[in-house]
Design a protein around this ligand. Structure first.
Ligand SMILES: NC(=O)c1ccc[n+]([C@@H]2O[C@H](COP(=O)([O-])OP(=O)(O)OC[C@H]3O[C@@H](n4cnc5c(N)ncnc54)[C@H](O)[C@@H]3O)[C@@H](O)[C@H]2O)c1
Length: 402
């Protein structure tokens, strides 16, 4: 008979996405969890789940037990969280109490888009969270780790930003995060002996798993700076020049400052938070209200400017990015740097991997998968052809799976 603890079933929503796939990797590496994934593939490719499971299989020890082998397989469901019946069908498979906890990552995340189609954002990010919580309640699953964002702070009055900062999101997207946190807090207050939730306010996740097997694969033109630079260097983006929005902000070089952290460090934060939902956890002992709900910043506490990022990506890729300063963009906040002290103290969270490592891993992913998970969508610019040729030589002509 096995002397191992039985596996805990954990549901990850948005599991096929950028952060979700890295969170699943981290959960599987512990061999303590059986991962169930829900994703409607709105912004993801099913291949990501195949690849993350393969990483888990490859890291099994030769004497892996049947239970260990089971942890490497993901129970993936193509399911839309705005459809309560579809969520219920997943929970029914495991029955009452069958799913130990949920890491709720799925959401739409484009700030600009959210200003154009706010109702769709409120439906997908807030109503879906509500439906998910209703089904969880029905099935006696009352633990959640929630993906929030630094955007909940809007333009913060104090840098670095502590969690006690008032929440004042500017965009509909940011407001969906504030609303979802509010719903969670109210729910935890309604039944403090039953519900526990931790909200993780991410700063700027970047990089990829060092194998280059999983990474960020944005649909269309990337909205975030680092993937945009990677697409420019690989030749997927036609623009030759990066537009830098404003160099007259009150920051060291005048460009906006963000707090980047490696996506695998962020993923480990989820593991710490999940473990902190266990009955013996002490993290809720000092909750101000009688609700087992808390929010933590996940960042490095180190601000990096747009121009510093461009320089770091130049070093990683060897590509000499051209850039031009254009006017400020509406809604941009000069500095979003976290105070991560609370997560460090209470969860034991650290984000040791530096910017150089993030850029190296991003570029490794991009060169191994010039078109992400999908099929090529056209010709790469000449520079990228050169990268592809080099890669072909390095792999002795064996084509790299894209
Ligand atoms: N990437 C960032 O810079 C960042 C920063 C702060 C917060 N966040 C938050 O982290 C989470 C994940 O971000 P990401 O970068 O991995 O994005 P992503 O788009 O790669 O992942 C989100 C996943 O959720 C899925 N999804 C969306 N709506 C769904 C629905 N109704 N039903 C089922 N699946 C659905 C998508 O298909 C996608 O796979 C989001 O909640 C986002 O708001 C991201």
């Amino acid at each position: 008979m096995s002397s191992q603890e039985p596996l805990k079933h954990v549901l990850v929503t948005g599991g096929a996405g950028y952060i979700g796939s890295h969170v699943i990797y981290t959960l599987q590496a512990t061999r303590r969890y059986k991962v169930i994934s829900i994703d409607n593939l709105h912004n993801a490719h099913p291949e990501s789940l195949d690849r993350v499971a393969q990483l888990a299989r490859d890291s099994l020890p030769p004497d892996a037990s049947e239970q260990d082998k089971d942890t490497a397989e993901i129970d993936g469901h193509t399911c839309d969280l705005t459809k309560r019946d579809q969520i219920r069908a997943v929970f029914e498979k495991y029955g009452k109490g069958g799913i130990w906890g949920v890491i709720h990552i799925a959401a739409y995340k484009a700030v600009g888009e959210s200003t154009q189609i706010p109702l769709i954002y409120y439906e997908n990010n807030v109503s879906a969270t509500n439906y998910l919580l209703q089904v969880m309640e029905e099935f006696d699953c009352t633990r959640m780790v929630y993906s929030s964002s630094a955007t909940v702070y809007g333009t913060p009055p104090v840098i670095p930003i502590p969690e006690t900062t008032r929440l004042k999101a500017d965009s509909p997207y940011g407001k969906t995060k504030v609303m979802s946190e509010t719903i969670l807090e109210d729910l935890c207050a309604s039944e403090p002996q039953r519900w526990r939730a931790l909200s993780l306010r991410y700063f700027n996740p970047a990089g990829a798993h060092p194998s280059g097997q999983i990474g960020e694969d944005p649909r269309g033109r990337p909205g975030n700076l680092l993937p945009l630079l990677a697409h420019m260097a690989i030749g997927r983006v036609k623009d030759s020049k990066l537009r830098v929005f404003g160099n007259d902000y009150p920051t060291p070089d005048g460009t906006c400052v963000r707090d980047y952290l490696h996506v695998l460090d962020l993923a480990k934060g989820h593991l710490l938070a999940l473990d902190a939902l266990a009955p013996e956890s002490k993290v809720f002992d000092n909750c101000p209200a009688d609700a087992r709900f808390k929010a933590y910043n996940l960042g490095r506490g180190k601000g990096v400017s747009v121009l510093q990022i461009v320089e770091a990506m130049k070093k990683a890729t060897g590509y000499d990015f051209e850039w031009e300063i254009v006017g400020r963009r509406r809604g941009d906040v000069p500095d979003l740097t976290a105070d991560p002290a609370l997560a460090q103290k209470e969860l034991g969270f650290t984000a040791p991997q530096d910017l150089e490592t993030m850029c190296r891993d991003l570029w490794n992913w991009q060169t191994k998968n010039p078109w992400g998970y999908g099929e090529p969508e056209g010709e790469l610019a000449p520079r990228a052809q050169h990268v592809a040729e080099k890669l072909k030589r390095e792999t002795n002509g064996v084509p790299v799976k894209s």
